[in-house]
Design a protein. Structure first.
Length: 370
């Protein structure tokens, strides 16, 4: 029993440590942009609920750590409602021009993107890249690919029309595959190209949160490793390329859930993510940084969804105000925010329940690589 408690405690501590950094980055984006736009910030909080400890800065901002460490917030003078008595006070958020308010709202996700870019850039400058080429080094037992004309030494050029520059690209494509034949273009060692159709084998893989449904081509990489060093511009380009890949993977996965190609039971919640973070922390700083990159991108992208309560929902409110030259009535905004909060709570409860249900299926996790 003691070992189980220790493992759970380690998972929770590791997850909260990573989450605290990500939340602090996100809220810092709102905070500093608010300051630049001369909006008075009343509170900067990591967590929700009762204050555990804090201090008041020279400009009157209360910096605090709160009891429920599952998020954070920046409270600005005047609040978010445009037709309250406080909205017209000096330094109030609603008194600023629409474009400045939009910048303050967007600065939170932007800070997450910049932070992820910074880690990717430093990793590229420091370590360069080391990747496996998309070359077939062998086949697994019962390989679906081995039943076609593919052979050892062939290079996979594309899968389902998506170019593959590394073996990791093939893995990313397979992580999003939901079943059915796949069109593969390959190149022989002599330079000749050809196309085959492979019907991957469906399999399951045990993870910390239960079995994961996966589809396998049944190919192995070679032992060859391609290394590359970057200058400043090259490192920046590699960082942006990784961010684009993550963004594409996230929205493709969400699209598959929305359209029913993947069941909603394949979504992961805080319990599942805490186990992934704990596993990453045991694998070394490199894996922790990769997990930090991925989670920063996830937090930034999810906050831009047009759901009231999230940053994207507030941007929708501002877009309405810009188009119709008047803000939404406070009552409408309040109802929308309540509905949005209800959706977030329901989704949080659902994915947490799914994390705790044994023998569920989940989208395979993956980490960005150069």
């Amino acid at each position: 029993m003691g070992s189980i408690v220790d493992i759970l405690l380690y998972n929770v501590v590791a997850f909260l440590a990573v989450l605290t950094v990500i939340v602090a980055v996100h809220e810092a984006g709102h905070f500093f942009m608010a300051r630049l736009c001369r909006v008075r910030v009343l509170t900067f909080s990591i967590g929700f609920g009762p204050e555990l400890f804090g201090w008041t800065g020279r400009q009157g901002t209360r910096y605090k750590i709160s009891a429920l460490p599952l998020g954070g917030y920046v409270r600005m003078a005047g609040g978010l409602m445009p037709d309250t008595p406080e909205a017209t006070e000096a330094g109030a958020f609603p008194s600023r021009p629409i474009w400045q308010r939009a910048l303050v709202i967007f600065a939170g996700p932007l800070a997450n993107f910049i932070f992820a870019f910074g880690i990717l850039f430093v990793m590229a400058m420091t370590f360069g890249s080391a990747k496996l080429p998309p070359k077939i080094g062998g086949f697994t037992d019962n390989s679906a690919a081995a039943e076609t004309s593919l052979a050892v030494g062939d290079v996979i050029v594309s899968v389902n029309g998506r170019e593959t520059e590394s073996f990791a690209d093939i893995a990313r494509i397979m992580a999003l595959h939901t079943g059915g034949p796949m069109d593969i273009e390959a190149r022989r060692p002599d330079g000749g190209t050809f196309a085959v159709t492979v019907d991957p084998n469906e399999d399951s893989m045990e993870t910390a949160t239960g079995p994961v449904r996966v589809f396998r081509l049944g190919i192995r990489a070679t032992d060859e490793v391609e290394t590359k060093r970057y200058g400043v511009l090259g490192a920046a380009g590699a960082a942006v390329q990784n961010q684009v890949q993550i963004t594409s993977m996230v929205f493709q996965g969400l699209g598959q859930v929305i359209t029913g190609r993947r069941p909603v039971t394949e979504l992961e919640g805080p319990v599942g993510m805490s186990q992934h973070v704990a596993q990453a922390s045991q694998s070394g700083i490199w894996t922790v940084l990769q997990m930090m990159i991925f989670l920063n991108m996830i937090i930034g992208l999810m906050n831009l969804l047009p759901i009231p309560v999230l940053d994207g929902g507030h941007l929708v409110f501002l877009a309405y105000e810009a188009v119709f030259r008047r803000p939404l009535p406070s009552r409408v905004m309040e109802v929308a925010l309540m509905i949005g909060l209800g959706l977030i709570i329901a989704q949080f409860a659902f994915v947490t329940f799914q994390d705790l249900v044994p023998n569920r299926t989940a989208i395979p996790g993956w980490l960005p690589r150069f």
